[in-house]
Write a protein that binds this ligand. Structure first.
Ligand SMILES: Cc1cc2nc3c(=O)[nH]c(=O)nc-3n(C[C@H](O)[C@H](O)[C@H](O)COP(=O)(O)O)c2cc1C
Length: 207
């Protein structure tokens, strides 16, 4: 368990609430400055094609936006840095605007088929794509016509894995196609066998 995550999230009001409902509050001691992302997290991130990004508005409202792209578009640069491209989009710039007054972010990543979810806390920095031309090219989604305007760097503070309970397995079209592939092959084999056997049974047998 990444202790820095719990230490960060278990604020005084959370601990008071635990005390009120259950008569005791969690004791989080010796949490490190930050928790580094490891191999398991790297593998999970490389397979994600979407995530939810929440920021805090300057008036304190939570804001959440969906981000999508090819698998691994949220790139792990090193064990404590994540990066992704931000496109010229709907021109609202809500996340970017929020990040100019509060750099704290929470990321929520789902793996529905494997019923796993990962939450990440960090500090985000938005930089102009012109300052990172090579990275902008590497991170750009080739299937998107939109221009990469900004690059978002996330300095990871910690992360937390949640249990699989209550996650309904869901599959993308790509995953369904992959699963259906072996079934299609088997159906084709059986159809071929059926054709052969029908041809055999319609041939008059020699007496
Ligand atoms: C042409 C176009 C392409 C886009 N491509 C992506 C994309 O690949 N991934 C993504 O998450 N959002 C994409 N978006 C959505 C925008 O970037 C969207 O404006 C942004 O997520 C909004 O962020 P905000 O709610 O923080 O303002 C695209 C939008 C447009 C109009």
């Amino acid at each position: 368990m990444a202790m820095k995550y719990l230490e960060t999230m278990m604020t005084e009001s959370v601990l008071r609430t635990q005390q009120q409902y259950y008569g005791h509050a969690a004791q989080i001691t010796d949490a490190p400055e930050r928790d580094l992302l490891g191999e398991g997290e790297a593998e999970f991130l490389a397979a994600r094609d979407s995530f939810y990004l929440s920021t805090v508005s300057e008036t304190g409202w939570p804001y959440v936006q969906h981000r999508g792209g090819p698998k691994g578009f949220l790139r792990l640069l090193n064990p404590s840095t994540l990066v992704f491209a931000d496109y010229q989009g709907n021109r609202q710039l809500l996340s970017t605007g929020n990040l100019s007054t509060d750099d704290r972010v929470s990321l929520f990543l789902m793996d529905y088929p494997n019923r796993a979810r990962l939450k990440i806390l960090g500090h985000a920095r938005v930089e102009d794509a012109h300052s990172h031309p090579d990275l902008a090219v590497q991170l750009a989604n080739p299937s998107m016509k939109a221009r990469v305007e900004r690059i978002v760097f996330i300095d990871v503070v910690s992360f937390d894995w949640n249990c699989p309970k209550y996650i309904t397995p869901r599959y993308s079209i790509e995953e369904v196609e992959e699963l259906a592939g072996s079934l299609r092959t088997r159906i084709a084999q059986l159809e071929a066998e059926l054709r052969t056997s029908r041809r055999g049974s319609s041939t008059p047998s020699a007496q």
